[in-house]
Design a protein around this ligand. Structure first.
Ligand code: GLN
Length: 347
């Protein structure tokens, strides 16, 4: 809403138009008429429905088979109102978006320092499953740290979740993520089996993380639980409620239940802002200012702190591995609603 609008006469930005635009953006989201929020979703949905860019991930065979036409947008305000456009019921696997919540779980069970000191919170500048990034992170090589949103850091974070055995660890991860979604989530068995049969690279990363002392338990178990965690099945509405919970300081705005401590949320959002969209995180942040996280299943969540969580599901990905439609639709909706936290002085 605060983007420059041409006046009807075409002579540029008039004071009247500018004042109107700024007044709309100045209203807190809760005070924006629901029809206006809905209109922002509908406009973004319509604008990108016909877009034919990107393609499904296929390095996990089951993902190549997912209907690439699935396309839905959901937004949840911090007062718990849910807005939707398109298909918000079809489910995809959560994939890397789950990394955000396992990171949050370790912060809760241990501390935010445990993430900082054991894994690191810096962008690697490399692909999400880079082994070179692990080599560089070795002490003495002077390379960047890794973080919990790339595979080596994520598998390490999963290995840090507390539990006496695999079942206990897994149930605790599933319960933690379900609290964010506000309903009991379950696993897409086909995706899990497909990835478990083809994830030798992640197994190698797990072994390397043990060799370098990041992982202190069975790396095969950590990689397996991580793979199952990535296979959790979600729709756009679930993802938006998860994002809305982060926007609302860890309290699920729909169920009213506290899913994590409010005090750890800023650190979660900081890591998302640093590394949520792989190598394209900087470009994304530049465009939207929103902490976000993508997954190769085609989901993307983004958080406007104190205002709303938004999610789009659309499987076709760009070269960096981010959903093409999701990036465009979320950027449009957020800009229309004044979601950029770095532009908070404007609204
Ligand atoms: N399970 C996927 C993997 O480890 C997750 C990757 C992703 O969403 N970027 O390869």
């Amino acid at each position: 809403m605060f983007t420059k609008k041409r006046s009807a006469t075409g002579r540029g930005l008039t004071w009247a138009a500018a004042a109107g635009v700024i007044l709309v953006a100045a209203a807190p989201l809760a005070a924006q008429p629901p029809a206006q929020i809905q209109a922002a979703l509908d406009a973004a949905y319509a604008k990108y429905k016909g877009l034919q860019e990107g393609k499904n991930a296929d390095y996990i065979p089951a993902l190549a088979k997912v209907d690439s036409k699935i396309y839905g947008i959901a937004l949840v305000t911090t007062d718990g109102t849910v807005y939707t456009a398109g298909d918000v019921k079809s489910e995809v696997s959560i994939q890397s978006i789950s990394k955000v919540f396992t990171m949050a779980q370790v912060m809760e069970e241990q501390s935010t320092d445990a993430i900082l000191k054991t894994i690191g919170v810096d962008a690697t500048g490399m692909r999400f499953n880079s082994i070179v990034a692990v080599e560089w992170a070795q002490k003495g090589l002077g390379g960047p740290e890794i973080n919990p949103l790339v595979n080596p850091g994520a598998i390490t974070a999963t290995s840090m979740v507390k539990g006496a055995n695999r079942d206990e660890i897994w149930n605790s991860i599933l319960a933690f993520e379900s609290a964010f979604a506000g309903r009991p989530l379950s696993v897409n068995k086909e995706v899990y089996d497909s990835e478990a049969a083809t994830n030798q690279r992640n197994q190698a990363i797990g072994a390397l993380m043990l060799a370098y002392g990041f992982i202190k338990s069975d790396p095969a178990r950590a990689t397996d639980v991580y793979t199952e965690q990535c296979s959790i099945s979600v729709n756009a509405r679930d993802l938006a409620v998860m994002a809305g919970t982060l926007a609302n300081g860890g309290k699920n705005p729909v169920t009213g239940k506290q899913a994590m401590n409010a005090e750890n949320v800023p650190e979660v959002l900081a890591v998302m802002a640093t590394a949520g969209l792989y190598d394209d995180t900087g470009k994304w942040l530049y465009r939207t200012g929103l902490p976000a996280k993508s997954g190769v299943g085609g989901g993307l969540i983004a958080v406007s702190p104190g205002k709303f969580g938004i999610a789009v599901v659309s499987p076709p990905l760009d070269d960096a591995g981010n959903s093409v439609r999701a990036q465009k639709a979320i950027a449009d909706v957020s800009n229309a609603l004044g979601g950029n936290p770095y532009a908070a002085f404007m609204h």
